[in-house]
Ligand binder design. Structure first.
Ligand code: F6R
Length: 623
């Protein structure tokens, strides 16, 4: 796991690269390095350990030059050391490269290059790139990098500079994330947009096998055959001071509205098209391990557990791996069987929750492989996991989690499809449909947020009720649990969530006019049964809000006399929350959003302190 940055302009490249590396430190921190071009020479600074050491080094001795590349390393090939730190140089010291990813054929390339007379200084896979560029260079750096890249197998985002070319910064990627930041008379490269957000809000998100030739005045993107590629700049939606409320009344409200763009950031570099495989770098799992998993255990607390429960469903259904889900505080009580091939997936926004951290340690001690789905970079859980899938939600300030939930669900959906793709357990047609549904989700989320006034109208009808019940079946049972948790924690309305199948086994006794029921009844495998449950509740005078797909005509006919007028809600849901149609397994990604808005507006109408609900803390670091 590594981070790369680069800068070309008129300011000191080492300072800008260093600031970018600071924001990429979550990607690795066992060594760092910066190379700059100054007076047609490459100057390189490397340190072992975290970036404080680089800061000290740059303070002690400046590294001038207005073209540079930087790297923060998470060792994969070769131990953390100065020799193994990037940037790596060619034999003649004229070409420097930084690389994030893993080159699968580096051993063959290394032997070949050695036989041609190249000498290697490190044990890394990356060093071959510097030597390949040197080998192919005939006066044109871009052509040399393209020839080098054509020899590579594996994953890479590469930044490259040349001592004799002080006016160009080259970058290329395949399966590892890369963005190019757009400035006025200066430009940037980085592993993620957060690294350069302080400098610019406009980036090009680079795709596989695209090469960028970046000068002070422009950016040329081409394919490996030098065909030009037109790309719309992506405007980074979150401000440099993303932790500010930005015009919203409450952080929770702002964070609910950030979700479509946060989804896009989470997808960047992982899923770009239905025809391309999902990529997940740095999750610390080999293809053979993923093929060999025999059991998965999801563990987390609260909202994060609800996302984990979506994962329990999907890993079983799509990746065909027997999957369990336990609250972190309960996992050890059960003393689960862990054998070879057991993967534990820990979900946490903060990465610091005490019960979750303890569950992680217990699972590791039992010999499970542990990966985590985390928001806060470099948090304790992230550091102690074998691999991390960051959800890329940006800072979440509101105590009630919203965007982190949605992005945990999205990351877990991507992970499940990634596993399914590697294991070959999901038919290609279904895989395409699910990928298409995920790619459509950010736009659908925007559409859902435009319907906020409809939710406010519903909230106005129910906010005085003392009790609520949320019902669903299948993959949306966790959505019901999350909707109910959101309502109770910020409005203090007593709310319960049940599988609708459980109603007749007890909870239906609670139904009466003062308890409103929210039923998730989107057309899909459980639709018919949900309709039956809605009728049972309506028959007992329970006020009902139903969540259904746009264009569902049947739901409002539920049990009604077909001759009754449409506003006769005697046996129909009293109110509707309409959601854009999507695939069943992807639907929790969208259904959570109106339920967050419903909880928010009910709490707002009740005049509650939404961002600081009573008795709750954002991060629970005690058991
Ligand atoms: C509810 C909420 C909590 C957290 C839980 C775990 O809105 O935010 O239920 O989900 O405390 O926290 P993390 O995800 O930080 O481990």
């Amino acid at each position: 796991m590594c981070g790369i940055v680069g800068y070309i302009g008129s300011r000191e490249a080492s300072s800008i690269c260093f600031a970018g590396l600071r924001r990429l430190e979550y990607r690795g921190y066992d060594s760092a390095g910066i190379a700059v071009v100054e007076d047609n020479e490459l100057k390189v600074r490397k340190v072992v350990g975290n970036l404080n050491n680089m800061e000290e080094s740059l303070k002690t001795k400046a590294l001038p030059g207005s073209l540079g590349i930087g790297h923060t390393r998470w060792a994969t090939h070769g131990r953390p050391s100065i020799e193994n730190s990037h940037p790596h140089l060619s034999c003649d010291g004229k070409f420097a490269v930084v690389h994030n990813g893993i080159l699968e054929n580096y051993q063959e390339l290394r032997s070949q290059l050695k036989s041609e007379g190249h000498t290697f200084k490190s044990q890394t896979d990356t060093e071959v790139v510097a030597h390949l560029v040197e080998k192919y260079y005939d006066g044109d750096l871009r052509n040399a990098l393209i020839s080098a890249v054509k020899d590579l197998e594996g994953a890479f985002a590469i930044g490259c500079i040349c001592a004799g070319s002080p006016d160009e910064l080259l970058a290329v990627r395949r399966f590892s994330p890369l963005v190019v930041g757009i400035g006025e008379t200066e430009n940037y490269i980085a592993s993620d947009m957060g690294a350069i957000r302080a400098e610019t809000d406009k980036v090009y998100v680079i795709d596989d096998d695209e090469v960028c030739k970046i000068t002070r005045g422009g950016i040329e993107i081409t394919d490996l055959d030098l065909n030009p590629i037109e790309r719309e700049p992506y405007v980074i939606p979150w401000p440099a001071d993303a932790a500010q409320k930005g015009g919203y009344k409450k952080f929770m409200h702002k964070e609910i509205h950030e979700q479509p763009d946060a989804m896009r950031a989470c997808l960047a570099g992982r899923l770009s098209s239905v025809d391309k495989p999902i990529t997940f770098e740095n999750i610390g799992l080999t293809v053979d391990e993923i093929k060999g998993f025999k059991k998965i255990i999801f563990t987390a607390c609260g909202t994060a557990m609800h996302a984990g429960l979506v994962g329990r469903f999907l890993m079983d259904k799509l990746a065909r791996i027997p999957t369990e889900g336990d609250l972190a505080a309960e996992l050890q009580q059960r003393d689960p069987v862990v054998h070879e091939g057991t993967l534990c997936i820990v979900v946490s926004q903060s990465g610091e929750t005490a019960d979750t951290l303890e569950a992680l340690r217990a699972m590791k001690a039992k010999g499970a492989k542990v990966i985590s789905v985390i928001n806060v970079v470099d948090s304790s859980i992230a550091r102690e996991s074998d691999g991390v899938a960051y959800i890329q939600a940006g800072p979440e300030i509101s105590v009630a989690s919203t965007k982190a939930f949605t992005l945990q669900v999205l990351t877990i959906q991507l992970l499940s499809l990634y596993f399914a793709e590697i294991r070959g357990t999901c038919p290609p047609d279904e895989m395409k449909r699910l990928k298409a549904a995920i790619l459509a989700a950010p736009g659908q989320a925007t559409e859902l947020l435009k319907r906020e006034d409809d939710i406010i109208a519903v909230a106005k009808k129910y906010y005085k009720k003392p009790n609520a019940m949320y019902l669903a079946r299948g993959v949306n049972l966790p959505s019901a649990m999350e909707g109910s948790l959101k309502l109770k924690e910020i409005s203090y309305i007593h709310a319960e969530a049940y599988s609708a199948g459980e109603m007749k086994h007890g909870p239906i006794a609670l139904v009466e006019p003062n308890m409103f029921v929210v039923s998730i009844a989107c057309e899909g495998p459980t639709y018919g049964e949900m309709i039956g449950n809605i009728m049972e509740i309506k028959a007992r005078s329970g006020p009902m809000i139903a969540v259904a797909y746009d264009g569902d005509k049947k739901i409002r006919m539920t049990g009604a006399d077909p001759d009754a007028p449409a506003d006769d809600v005697g046996s129909q849901p009293n109110d509707m929350i309409w959601v854009p149609r999507t695939e069943e397994y992807i639907s929790p990604l969208l259904i959570g959003i109106p339920l967050q808005l419903l909880a928010y507006h009910i709490a707002d109408l009740r005049g509650e302190d939404i961002d600081q609900p009573r008795n709750l803390a954002k991060t629970v670091t005690v058991k």
